[in-house]
Every structure is written in C-alpha cells, then in structure tokens.
Design a protein around this ligand. Structure first.
Ligand code: NAD
Length: 473
C-alpha cells in the first residue's frame, strides 16, 4: 500500500462521523497527500463531550475488572490489526515499518499492563470511635491531546489510564498523524459502551477548544513546552486537572572509564532513534576529554552505516522528519550552526529531493551557549561536547529550563549513580536510554512538564483523592 483509498471517520458515541470540510494528511517520505481527515467543528466537539459526559456515570460505576476486560479486548483488536496499522503509521509518520510495528505491539502490551493496576483503598485510621479511609474517584471527561512523534503509544497510554480509572475520553491526535488513531477508533468502536471513547480530529484550534471546554474535567497533554504553557493557561479557566508531558534537552554524560567501542551504538540510537524526534532523545552528548577523540571517531563511523530512507523500504533504519514545519526548523538550526562557524564533522547538507530527509549531523564541541546546544532540535543534529570535571559537567547538564531525562555511561556504577542523583530530570538511565516501563512513573521536572504518566501514579492523575471519616459513636 503506497496510497490510501479509504475514507477516515471520527468515532463519536460509537458512530463513525465525517465532516464536510477535511484536511489533507501528507506522507513525509514523498510529500504526497495520502488521505483526507475530518475537521471537527465546535459543535462536533460539543457532541463528543456530551456523549462522553452522559456515558461517564455508568462507566465509572462498573467494576474495575469489567473495565479491564474491555480494555483487554481493545488491546487484542489493535493487535489483530497490527500489520494494517503499522503500514498506515509508516505512511503518515515516516518511521520504518518494522519499528512502527514495534510501537503498536508495545502499545498493546502497555494497555494490558496498565489495565491490571488497581488504585488502593487505604484505611488511614481505624479506632474504636473513629474511622478514616481514603480512595480515588474518577474526574469525568478526559481530553487527551497527542503529538505526532509517537502517535499510537502515547494515545494508548493516555486512553488506558483514563478509562481504567473510570473516566470517559475525548482524544485528539496531531493533525500531522491522525490516521492510525482514527483507524483504531473505527476498529474498536463496538468494544466500549457508546460515548466512552471518542476520537476526533481537527487542526490545532481543536486542541485549544478542548482545553477550554467547560465539561472536560481533565487534560492530559503531550507536546511542546510552548503549547503546554498555553494548555495550562486555558485549563485554568475551569480549574481542570492537567498532566503535561513536554519538551526536553536531555544530556548524556560519558564518563572517562567508558569503552567507546562498546557504548557508541546504544548512544547513537539514544540520540537518533525515530530520526531524533523523541522527547527523551539524547540532545547534548558530553564526553570526557580522555576519550573524546576516540569516541567521536567511533560515533561518526557508526553513523555512516545507518540508512535513512522511505519507511516502507525494508532497508531503512531511519525515516524522514515527520512534517514540513519541523523539517524547516531543523534546517534553519543547521544553517545557523554553519554560519556561526561551528565544526560539523558529519552531515549538514540537505539533498534536493522529495521528502523531508535530513542526514545524521554531528557537531564537534560547539560552545555551551550555542543554539545547537541550548535548543531542543527535535531532528538529527547532535552536539558532542568535551568536559574534564564531573562537577562542571553536572552543572552544564542542569543548566537548562528543561528537565525530562538524561543518561550516564561508564563502568564505575557508584560514580554513575552519584551523577544520576544530581541530574534534575524526571528519569535518568545508566548505561541505557529511553527504556520505559508501565511500572515506573514517567514525567518531567522544570519546564518539561507537570505530573507523570504510566504506572499507578499515572493512573492516579486521572482521579480525585477522596477521604471518608466516620464518627462511630
Ligand atoms: P505541539 O505542542 O505542536 O502539538 C501537540 C498537540 O497539541 C497536537 O495534537 C496539536 O494539535 C495540539 N495543539 C496545538 N496547539 C494547541 C493549543 N493551543 N491548545 C491545545 N492543543 C494544541 O507538539 P508536537 O510538535 O506535536 O510534538 C513535539 C513536542 O512534543 C516536542 O517538544 C517533544 O519533546 C514533545 N514531546 C514530549 C513528550 C513527553 O512525554 N514529555 C513525548 C513526546 C513529545
């Protein structure tokens, strides 16, 4: 399949809904329009929210086990359609198909793992004449806003956490990558009671309407820090609960005892997986001066073995940048890096051909305050930086408004752990990167976000805390 003939519909109250106006979706590997998707109006959003609101009471009163069994059926249906979904994913997102399939299979596993979790009911006090218990109640309608870089896994994680906690959902994919989630809505429309899971598409303004809607009680947003700030502002209108998973500028610190040959491959993928369009991609790579030259040489050599191309080509390891806006942003950053005389040791030249392709670009020891170090590139441009002192590198790694993730690489695990403890980020990996677990909370410090996703803590974010006190006599 290199073109798509099917029509895509939104799923509202269990029905497939189209709109008069539609917006095109573009294949980033060749810039061709592959499909049209509905543009929800404010009235469409009101319908979806009303249906979700009406469905809430019954859904929230089901037992958690009943909700779990429907979520398992939801996951199974996605799994059964995984090949078709992976192809759609590659066409709209650009990522090589074998990796698209991994995201879909991973999302299925996450859905099942999160659905198993149970929020506790805790007896806080039990005395002869007084009793206190604490538990969690769902919030109502959850508005889920999803970015384009992980359009399935992030959507499924949010949907599962919201639904297992007893909320109903209105979910909005990015206008750049709406197809796979719309198709998941179509495939699974009869699994939940009507109105429980609604999937609607539109342009960015739809996101804003969701954040302002008086009958949406919770916003779970993943996207850029700039948009996250707007979301928080609009959500304050009705004091909606918010979880914000935002941008990052993760540092990787390679210690002096690391073996460049052993770690160069995992560090390459930490930086460039998904063509570097990963919130927790390594975006600043600090290497101890003792091994800097050898490491840089190995990194450049390994980078040359990686194939960038159309995701439908089985030879491709990396695909294009997902959209024109991001493509232009990354090119502008590369041009600015060249202009300021920084040393590009690999890549940096954009071929004049269809598709948003950018080569692996590595910058040798640019100044700490250069744009390529300070900004989140969200594309395959990596600054490699030299350091000689651990105190200094920790301070440099923390010298950013972001605080999402980071990693430390080397043999002395005690030293690595002591560095990890001092990095001001939500997650730090040692000798690995980008590993996520449904049992571990994931979230950002500082301007990388508020709250967490995944794990019981992530599910709890879709609830209110409730306390009951009883005077017995
Ligand atoms: P974005 O902020 O442009 O868009 C994200 C979503 O918000 C899209 O669905 C978009 O339509 C919607 N949106 C746009 N304007 C809105 C508004 N005013 N109100 C409400 N919604 C609005 O982000 P993006 O370019 O799609 O994603 C890339 C960014 O996401 C990067 O900064 C990346 O680091 C971050 N990200 C973070 C995580 C995380 O878990 N922390 C994960 C993935 C991506």
């Amino acid at each position: 399949m290199s073109t798509i003939t099917k029509k895509f519909s939104m799923t509202i109250n269990g029905n497939l809904i189209s709109t008069e106006d539609e917006v095109p979706v573009i294949n980033p590997a060749n810039e061709k329009i592959i499909a049209q998707v509905p543009i929800a109006t404010k009235v469409d959003l009101d319908h979806a929210v009303n249906f979700a609101k009406n469905a809430f009471r019954k859904w929230s009163m089901l037992s958690v086990n009943e909700r779990e069994s429907m979520l398992v059926a939801f996951a199974d249906a996605i799994y059964q359609h995984r090949e078709e979904l992976a192809e759609l994913f590659t066409l709209e997102m650009g990522r090589p198909i074998k990796l698209a399939l991994l995201e879909i299979e991973g999302a299925v596993e996450t859905c099942k793992a999160l659905s198993k979790k149970r929020l506790p009911r805790i007896i806080v006090e039990e005395k002869e004449n007084h009793y206190i218990e604490r538990y969690h109640t769902p919030l109502g309608v959850a508005g889920l806003i999803i970015p384009w870089n992980f359009p399935v896994s992030l959507a499924i994680r949010k949907i599962t956490s919201a639904l297992i906690a007893g909320n109903t959902v209105v979910a909005k994919p990015s206008p750049y990558t709406p197809l796979t989630l719309l198709r998941i809505g179509e495939i699974t429309k009869d699994i939940f009671p009507s109105g429980v899971l609604n999937i609607i598409t539109g342009e960015n303004e739809l996101g804003q309407w969701i954040t302002e809607h008086p009958d949406i009680n919770k916003i779970s947003f993943t996207g850029s820090t700039a948009t996250g700030k707007k979301v928080m502002q609009s959500a304050s209108l009705h004091l909606k609960r918010v979880t914000l998973e935002l941008g990052g500028n993760d540092a990787a610190i390679v210690m002096e005892d690391a073996n460049p040959k052993e770690i160069v491959k995992p560090i390459f993928w930490a930086a460039f997986r998904n063509t570097a369009q990963v919130c927790v991609a390594t975006k600043r790579l600090y290497v101890h001066e003792k091994i800097y030259d050898e490491f840089l040489k190995e990194l450049v050599e390994f980078s040359k073995t990686v194939t960038i191309g159309d995701g439908l080509n089985p030879e491709s390891d990396l695909g294009p940048i997902q959209n024109k806006m991001q493509f232009d942003k990354v090119i502008e950053l590369i041009e600015a890096t060249k202009k300021s005389g920084e040393k590009i040791v690999l890549g940096g030249e954009i071929e004049d051909k269809p598709g948003y392709f950018i080569p692996i670009t590595i910058v040798d020891n640019p100044p700490e305050n250069s744009r390529v170090v300070v900004e989140e590139a969200f594309g395959p441009v990596l600054p490699v930086l030299k350091y000689s002192d651990y105190e200094d590198v920790i301070a440099r790694a923390n010298n950013t408004n972001y605080g999402l993730g980071g990693s430390v690489w080397g043999k002395d695990l005690e030293l690595a752990k002591s560095i990890a403890d001092r990095l001001d980020t939500g997650t730090v990996w040692i000798n690995e990167a980008q590993v996520l677990s449904p049992d571990a909370p994931f979230g950002g410090h500082k301007e990388s976000g508020i709250g967490v996703e995944s794990s019981l803590d992530g599910i709890q974010e879709f609830t209110n805390s409730k306390t009951i006190m009883i005077k017995k006599k």
